[in-house]
Design a binder for this molecule. Structure first.
Ligand SMILES: [Zn+2]
Length: 138
């Protein structure tokens, strides 16, 4: 089993008024030549949680950080005008918290981080991951 140092949070960078399902994301990643969707978990607007790449496999979601991380993505991240925004629905927030509780149990040492903390050029995930670090005191 690989060691997990980080749980990295992402948005799909798609407009909140347009659908970008798990299947659509996976299809796009396969088109880019990935062997599978790059994320380990994907949360759609209605709160549905999809398992993507198996956790024991290295993902493709954060340059230089994939080897020791789990990638979690929510559908959205752009407002109706196409600007970066925290578009998480209440259902997504509930599902994300449930998922992070499970991940924190499996990987108690892993620090929850936003993609933008590793790459300041990115807005992703469009909210401050400190919100979750505070909950888990990590
Ligand atoms: Zn990202």
């Amino acid at each position: 089993m690989r060691s997990i140092a980080f749980i990295i949070l992402h948005c799909s960078a798609t407009r909140c008024d347009q659908s970008y399902s798990f299947e659509a994301c996976k299809r796009d990643h396969l088109k880019r030549g990935f062997t599978d969707i790059g994320y380990h978990w994907y949360i759609e607007c209605d709160g549905t949680v999809h398992e993507g790449r198996k956790e024991e496999l290295v993902g493709a979601h954060c340059k230089e950080r994939n080897k020791h991380s789990i990638g979690v993505c929510y559908e959205g991240g752009l407002n109706e005008n196409g600007q970066f925004a925290d578009t998480r629905t209440e259902a997504q927030k509930d599902s994300l918290l449930d998922l992070l509780i499970q991940l924190h149990q499996r990987y108690p040492e892993a620090v929850i981080t936003g993609h933008n903390e590793f790459n300041p050029h990115k807005a992703c995930p469009c909210f401050d991951a400190e919100e979750y670090r505070a909950i888990f005191s990590i």
